[in-house]
Each structure stands twice: as structure tokens, then as C-alpha cells.
Design a protein around this ligand. Structure first.
Ligand SMILES: [Zn+2]
Ligand SMILES: [Zn+2]
Length: 407
């Protein structure tokens, strides 16, 4: 180990800082991208504006301390890796499909799809078949920071159940798809519902849903029976957390919730759903926080595998973000990798990330940190098991990826 230019006999950070950042209580700084992937140096404002600033190779300690003051955001451009190859896969198109209420109102069924249309729930396999009318209590229109209150549809992986809910709203209902019967009415009360999509997920024969801003419950999806009666208003179990979108891990043993806490910070939490509701009845009250980002939650997020959560945007502050993906260790919250580029609704399948970008569906390989495929003009709004569905102008267009799920 050599003495580094910062003056320390220590491990090198592999990145540089300006000379003004070698002291305690240094000035605020920028992350200045070097143009190699998402690598960056740290520069104070004066140096970031200078033509030829003096930069020093920093030790891990100096770099880490300086990075705590990186409140000025990003400068420069990241390297976005595009190694596109032919994605292969197969296509089908069928006509005569009814229009979903919006792009959150199509969901997968084994061998088909379920749409929430003006006539209620309609199964498409691919011929339309009416399943049920949907009657939820009216809610006033709401648009908070671009999050528009409106209908959203979820289905259980086995296709037995569906949930029609109001995202950024209060109400919803669970249906048995075969009979069209409502098995459970959902109500998460009205405290700041505008800030998160309706928290709901299917786990085996159970459905997990928010019943208040800071409470999740599990129900038998077939009967609506509550499975998680418990007290959460005592000091020990009171939870100061606004639940957001719920995403089961591939095995269903963990549940990610993308919610927030005052002041506000986005805090993705992992809940041990294997231990709840049978053993650890308070599992939702002590989830594991993976990150804390100022004003930032409800970005596209997906389980890459049982141990890894992929979250879009790189940074710690809503106003100082870089488009891309951060991979988080689901057990510890450790940042495993970042790569720039992906922006848009995101699904995970077979170790890859699929991103509905403006121009088409992008396929990203997190192991390479690169885009490896692109389906120009394809704008899917639903996914199941490597099959993606676009539904517009009565045309149901389906692309099935050649990739099989990881065993
Ligand atoms: Zn400087
Ligand atoms: Zn140092």
C-alpha cells in the first residue's frame, strides 16, 4: 500500500477528489461523471466550473467523507452501454380486444390476460369473455406530483383471483375470476392515499393489502377472511410508514413495499412474508429498510432475483437523480451495482430487466450493466412469465421472450 496523494496510507477509492475536499467539513460538491459507465469524481463548485481543476487520487476514507457532501448533484454524462442483439422470441397479434381503462388495467392470467374495461373485467384468451362488473365507491379526481388517481388491476399468479383497485386512492375489491364473485372489499382509509399506488399483492392463496396508511393485512383470497388480526396502535408496534406498491419476491417469501416516511423520504422495505402471518404476526411492523431517498419513491422497481431488488434512478435526492438502475441487496440494503440508462415501467424475468421506454421495449442485462435488446415501437402494459402484452386500438399484441425462468 502506498501513500496516496490525499496523504493517507490506505486503500485507494479508484476515483478522484479536488484538493478542497481533503479536509474535514469540506465544501459541498458535485459528482462529476468521467464518461466511463457511472464512475465519477468529486469536485467542489469552483473546481467543477474550472477548465483544468487539480484532482487527487483519494483513499476510500477521504472519498467517502467527501461524498457525504455531494449535495450539488451530477455533472457530465454517464456511459450508457448498448450491446443490442436480436432478442428473438415470438409474436402474436389478435384484434377485437376491448380497451382497458388505462395502461394499469391489464394483467396476466395463465394462458391469457384480464382487462378492466368500461364494461368491467373481461378475460382475453384471446377472445373476450365478460367476467364481472366492477363497482367501487366513487373517489374525487386527484393528481399529486404527477401521480394520477385511477383504476389499476392485479391478478394472482395462478389466475384464480383479481383485484381491481384505485391507485393513489382508497378503495378496491378482490374477485374470483371463474365466478366473477367479489370475495373481499378493500378500504385503506383516506390518509394521504394520493402519495402511493394501492398496496396489494397476491401470495399463494392469500391477498395482502393495506387497510390503513401504516397497516397491511393478509386475507384468504377465496373467502375474504382476515388472517392477521393484531394490535398495531400500541407504542411497541406503532408504525410511522406509508405503505406503497407491494411486490412479492420470486419465491413469495419476502414482500417489498415501496413507501415513505416523513420528512418525506422514500424507504423501500422488505417484509418477511414467510414468517407472517403464521409466526411473526408483526412482520410488517419491522420491515428491513433498503434505502432512504429524499422525496423519491414510486419509481419503477422489481425483484431481479430472490436476493436483489432493482430500483430505478441513481442518487439520494429526487431532484439530483441520474436515470438508471440501482441494484440493492434485499438482505442488507447494500448497493450491489448501478448502471445508467433504463427509464420507464420495468419488469424482471429470467435475470433480465425489461423496460418500457418511450421508443419501445428495452431489454437490460444487469450482469453486463448494458442494454442487450430493443423492440422498436412495442409498448407493453402487462407482463407474465416472460410474455408481454400491448393493447391499443383493439389490437392485442403479444411478445414472448425466448428466455426461460431461472430454475
Ligand atoms: Zn475544489
Ligand atoms: Zn485519504
Amino acid at each position: 500500500m502506498n501513500v496516496l496523494p490525499c496523504g493517507h496510507l490506505a486503500a485507494a477509492a479508484g476515483a478522484r477528489i479536488c484538493a478542497h475536499l481533503t479536509t474535514d467539513n469540506g465544501p459541498e460538491c458535485f459528482r462529476v461523471l468521467t464518461g466511463v459507465r457511472t464512475e465519477f469524481d468529486l469536485l467542489c463548485r469552483e473546481c467543477a466550473d474550472a477548465a483544468a481543476p487539480e484532482l487527487l487520487d483519494a483513499c476510500v476514507g477521504c472519498f467517502g467523507r467527501a461524498e457525504e457532501e455531494a449535495g450539488l448533484g451530477w455533472r457530465g454524462r454517464p456511459e450508457i452501454l448498448r450491446h443490442d442483439r436480436d432478442p428473438g422470441g415470438s409474436w402474436t397479434t389478435s384484434g377485437g380486444a376491448p380497451a382497458p381503462l388505462n395502461d394499469r388495467c391489464l394483467a396476466g392470467l395463465p394462458g391469457g390476460w384480464l382487462a378492466w374495461t368500461a364494461d368491467g373485467l373481461v378475460a382475453l384468451d384471446p377472445a373476450p369473455r365478460h367476467v364481472a362488473a366492477v363497482r367501487l365507491p366513487e373517489e374525487p379526481p386527484e393528481n399529486w406530483a404527477g401521480h394520477v388517481r385511477g383504476p389499476a388491476l392485479h391478478t394472482s399468479p395462478d389466475g384464480r383471483f383479481a383485484a381491481a383497485v384505485t391507485d393513489y386512492g382508497r378503495y378496491g375489491a378482490v374477485f374470483e375470476v371463474a365466478s366473477g364473485a367479489v370475495t373481499l372489499e378493500l378500504d385503506r382509509q383516506d390518509h394521504h392515499t394520493e402519495t402511493t399506488p394501492f398496496p396489494i399483492a397476491f401470495l399463494g392463496s392469500r391477498v395482502v393489502a393495506a387497510t390503513d396508511w401504516n397497516r397491511l393485512d393478509a386475507f384468504d383470497a377465496a373467502t375474504g377472511r382476515l388472517l392477521t388480526e393484531r394490535a398495531t396502535d400500541d407504542e411497541k408496534h406503532y408504525l410511522n410508514y406509508f405503505f406503497g406498491a407491494l411486490l412479492p419476491s420470486p419465491s413469495g417469501r419476502a414482500l417489498l413495499t415501496d413507501g415513505w416516511v416523513w420528512s418525506p423520504f422514500g424507504v423501500p422495505l422488505v417484509i418477511d412474508s414467510a414468517a407472517w402471518p403464521d409466526g411473526d404476526v408483526h412482520a410488517p411492523e419491522h420491515g428491513r429498510a433498503l434505502a432512504q431517498r429524499e422525496y423519491a419513491w414510486d419509481d419503477p422497481v422489481a425483484w431481479l432475483d430472490e436476493r436483489t431488488v432493482a430500483q430505478q434512478r441513481i442518487g439520494e435526492d429526487d431532484e439530483l437523480m441520474l436515470d438508471g438502475v440501482t441494484l440493492l441487496d434485499a438482505a442488507t440494503g447494500r448497493r450491489k451495482a448501478v448502471f445508467a440508462g433504463p427509464k420507464g415501467r420495468m419488469w424482471s424475468h429470467g435475470g433480465l430487466l425489461y423496460v418500457a421506454a418511450e421508443a419501445g421495449l428495452e431489454i437490460w442485462d444487469p450482469a453486463e450493466g448494458a442494454r442487450i435488446g430493443f423492440l422498436d415501437g412495442f409498448a407493453p402494459i402487462a407482463h407474465r412469465e416472460g410474455t408481454f402484452a400491448e393493447l391499443r386500438d383493439g389490437q392485442l399484441r403479444i411478445w414472448t421472450s425466448p428466455r426461460t425462468p431461472d430454475a
